[in-house]
Ligand binder design. Structure first.
Ligand code: LCS
Length: 393
């Protein structure tokens, strides 16, 4: 079905699906490692041009391709590249776009491993990196260098829920001859389409909102141009961080409810954030849906909704936060985010524990910060859950 002119919610159901030989209503799982060629000439043609047919699942596979086409259409890009995990997507981008002695400028409070792999491993191959507060555009302008090949932003950022202006960063990057990469995991294509705002590459941890059911780890890259697609795809194939067909099938199933899940999670998040903000035990809370959110103007300009991620700190700091995490009963104490179930975690000792204390402080990740990912349970149950856990503090 040609879905190009259909609205987003219809695309969630139909985009990327193709007419299958038996009229299957869902995308079949082609659980095969390899594909038979019709003859030797066909095999040679497939190797000369991947569009001629499927070869080998690390290279291409119809189930995975359906997912790639779906997200590429939702993000309005040239093409999608599915990967084994969000980190598979992130490292494929780094590997394809950065050379020895080139420089990456990035958001200080990115997901811990996106930064850790750069500072601990890519640095071994001579790639340089600087991490700054990219919400400060003057600082971005000051910090971008002639050798900055990639400006890499995460917005909203993990776990500080800080926004970076995508349009302005695209201008700064392009004036400098750099490529703008956006990690769009916290928004999903439902709330924000960075390629439309000038970004060159967007990627997701599919593990989060897009799959949404805490049963798959996966990632995807979408490029704006064929040139960038052809730079990144061969790298992903050579490094072998490809997706598996069964994994792709589950994510395709998850995508269909992304719109309604996001709607419900946001409604819940709004109610919970308002309750937390009024609670005397809460020191501060960051959630883009609240009037008190510092970057209101940018939120309205850039996002279609506030999302379902929030961070807050209790007046009793880390000790009170620990009590809260140990006493919730409906929310699960676990890392990851963006699923149907509500999760709570402590970034300083968990997802961002790889940062030095100094880097965490510079990135705004205080020791007492608690991250809360709101699911689709009943909001009143979640509030009662927090209420009873607060009583233990
Ligand atoms: N980008 C963001 C913004 C993330 O939050 C994560 C994972 C990744 C990339 C990497 O994706 P993965 O390889 O895990 O699919 N974030 C996690 C988190 O906050 N808790 O556990 C994982």
């Amino acid at each position: 079905m040609d879905t190009k002119n259909l609205n987003f919610d219809t695309k969630l159901i139909h985009a990327g699906h193709y007419d299958e030989a038996f009229g299957s209503a869902t995308v079949p799982i082609y659980q095969t490692s390899t594909f038979a060629f019709k003859n030797a000439e066909h095999g040679a043609r497939c190797f000369a041009d991947y569009d001629e047919g499927y070869i080998y699942t690390r290279i291409n596979n119809p189930t995975i391709q359906a997912l790639e086409n779906s997200i590429s259409e939702l993000e309005k890009g040239y093409g999608g590249i599915a990967t084994s995990s969000g980190m598979g997507a992130c490292t494929s981008i780094y590997m394809a776009l950065l050379d020895k002695d080139s420089h990456l400028l990035s958001t200080a409070s990115v997901y811990g491993t996106s930064r850790g792999v750069m500072e601990n491993h890519f640095s071994r191959f001579g790639v340089q990196s600087t991490y700054i507060d990219t919400s400060d555009l003057e600082l971005v302008k000051k910090s971008i260098r002639p050798d900055t090949r990639v400006l890499f932003i995460e917005t909203p950022s993990n776990p500080t829920i800080q926004l970076t202006d995508i349009k302005e960063c695209a201008k700064i990057a392009h004036d400098n001859g750099s490529i703008l990469v956006v990690d769009n995991t916290f928004s999903s294509p439902c709330l924000q389409n960075p390629l439309e705002m000038g970004a060159d590459v967007v990627f997701h941890s599919l593990t989060k909102f897009i799959n949404g059911h805490a049963d798959v780890v996966g990632g995807i890259i979408v490029t704006k141009t064929r040139e960038l697609y052809e730079m990144i795809r061969p790298l992903m194939i050579s490094m072998g961080c490809n997706m598996d067909p069964h994994q792709a099938y589950l994510v395709i199933r998850g995508i269909k409810t992304l719109g309604i899940r996001m709607e419900r999670s946001q409604q819940n998040a709004m109610k919970i954030a308002e309750w937390l903000e009024k609670n005397p035990k809460v020191d501060w809370i960051k959630y883009p849906g609240l009037k008190s959110y510092r970057q209101q103007e940018l939120f309205r300009k850039q996002m279609k909704g506030p999302g379902a991620m929030m961070s807050f700190e209790l007046k009793g700091g880390i000790e009170a936060g620990r009590q809260l995490m140990n006493n919730v009963r409906v929310a699960t104490l676990a890392v990851s985010l963006g699923g149907v179930e509500t999760l709570i975690q402590h970034p300083a000792s968990m997802t961002h524990s790889g940062f030095s204390k100094e880097d965490r402080e510079k990135a705004g990740i205080t020791d007492g910060l608690v991250r809360y990912s709101v699911g689709i349970e009943d909001a009143d149950d979640l509030i009662r859950d927090l209420e009873q856990a607060f009583e233990s503090i």
